[in-house]
Design a protein. Structure first.
Length: 277
C-alpha cells in the first residue's frame, strides 16, 4: 500500500503542504479536492515519487518510496499529469503502446521473458485482450488508427488515459500485486459525457481490478459520484477526509472555499451527496 506519514513540502519560504497523512488502499478511488493553490498537484507529485517531501515519509508496500528504482516503480504505478502532450505526430497506437515499456523485461509472473514460442504467443494474446479492454475503458476505439497531433485536446487526453491504463493493467498479478493509478485533473479538457465515462472507468478499474486510484477533481459532484473517499485540502493541510457525505458538508465547504452551499441527498445515487451553489 502507498502511505504518506506526516509529509510536508516547502519551496523557498513557502509552505505548500503540512502534516499530510494518507493511505491509498487497493480497490478504492480517493478523490483530492481543494481550492486553487491548495497543494493538490504537489501532493500527487510527492506520492508519485516525482518530488521529495521536506518532512515526513512516503512508503510503498512498507518500503521507502525513494528506495524504489524508477523502472520498478513504473511497473506498479502509473501517473497522468495535468495537460500531458507530445511534440511528435505519432500514431495513436504508438502512444498507447508506450504504456508497455516498463514491462518489457518481465513475463506475467515477473520472471524474465523466455524465447519459448508458446509462452510468447500466450503473452501476445493476453496483451491484446488487455489492450482491447483499455481502448473500451478510455473510449478511444475510434481513435486508434489516427495520428496523435490531429486530435482535439480532449481526444488527446483520452489517448493518454489509455496509455496509463495500459501500463497499469499490464502489471503482472503476483509480481506487483499492489497497483496504483494517479490522475491529475483528468476531466479538465473533456465534455460532460467523457468526464462521466472517464471517472466511471476509474471506478470500474479500482473495484474490478483491485487497483488503488488517486484522482484530483475540481467538480465536487463528479468527485462525490465516483470516489469512495475524499481528501479535502485547505491551505496545504487536510481540512476533511472521509466518505463524500462526511466531507462535503456546508460548514466544510464554507471553510475551504468561502462559499455558501446546500448539500442534498443525490436523487439518483443513494448515499451520495449533491452540492448545490
Amino acid at each position: 500500500m502507498l502511505q504518506a506519514h506526516g509529509i510536508a513540502v516547502q519551496r523557498g519560504e513557502r509552505q505548500i503542504l503540512s502534516d499530510i497523512d494518507l493511505s491509498l488502499p487497493a480497490g478504492q478511488v480517493i478523490g483530492v479536492l481543494g481550492a486553487n493553490g491548495a497543494g493538490k498537484s504537489t501532493l500527487l507529485a510527492a506520492l508519485a515519487g516525482e518530488l521529495s517531501p521536506s518532512a515526513g515519509r512516503i512508503t510503498l508496500n512498507g518500503r521507502p518510496l525513494s528506495a524504489w528504482p524508477a523502472a520498478e516503480l513504473a511497473s506498479c504505478r502509473a501517473v497522468l499529469p495535468q495537460s500531458p502532450s507530445l511534440q511528435f505526430d505519432l500514431p495513436v497506437a504508438t502512444v498507447i503502446g508506450m504504456g508497455a515499456y516498463p514491462h518489457a523485461r518481465y513475463t506475467r509472473t515477473g520472471a524474465p521473458r523466455t524465447d519459448s514460442r508458446d509462452t510468447a504467443q500466450a503473452a501476445i494474446a493476453e496483451d491484446q485482450r488487455i489492450l482491447q479492454r483499455v481502448l473500451a475503458l478510455a473510449d478511444v476505439q475510434d481513435l486508434y488508427e489516427r495520428r496523435y497531433r490531429r486530435l482535439s485536446g480532449g481526444e488527446q487526453q483520452r489517448v493518454h488515459l489509455a496509455r496509463v491504463l495500459y501500463q497499469l493493467l499490464l502489471a503482472r498479478q503476483g509480481y506487483n500485486e499492489y497497483r496504483v493509478l494517479m490522475l491529475d485533473e483528468p476531466t479538465a479538457s473533456l465534455d460532460p459525457r467523457h468526464q462521466l465515462h472517464l471517472l466511471s472507468a476509474v471506478h470500474t478499474l479500482a473495484h474490478e481490478e483491485n487497483v488503488a486510484a488517486l484522482v484530483i477533481v475540481h467538480d465536487l459532484n463528479l468527485a462525490a459520484g465516483c470516489c469512495d473517499r475524499l481528501l479535502l485540502l485547505g491551505q496545504g493541510r487536510v481540512a476533511a477526509c472521509g466518505t463524500p457525505a462526511q466531507v462535503l458538508t456546508p460548514d466544510t465547504l464554507r471553510q475551504v472555499y468561502g462559499v455558501e452551499a446546500t448539500v442534498l441527498p443525490h436523487p439518483n445515487q443513494p448515499g451520495r451527496p449533491l452540492v448545490v451553489f
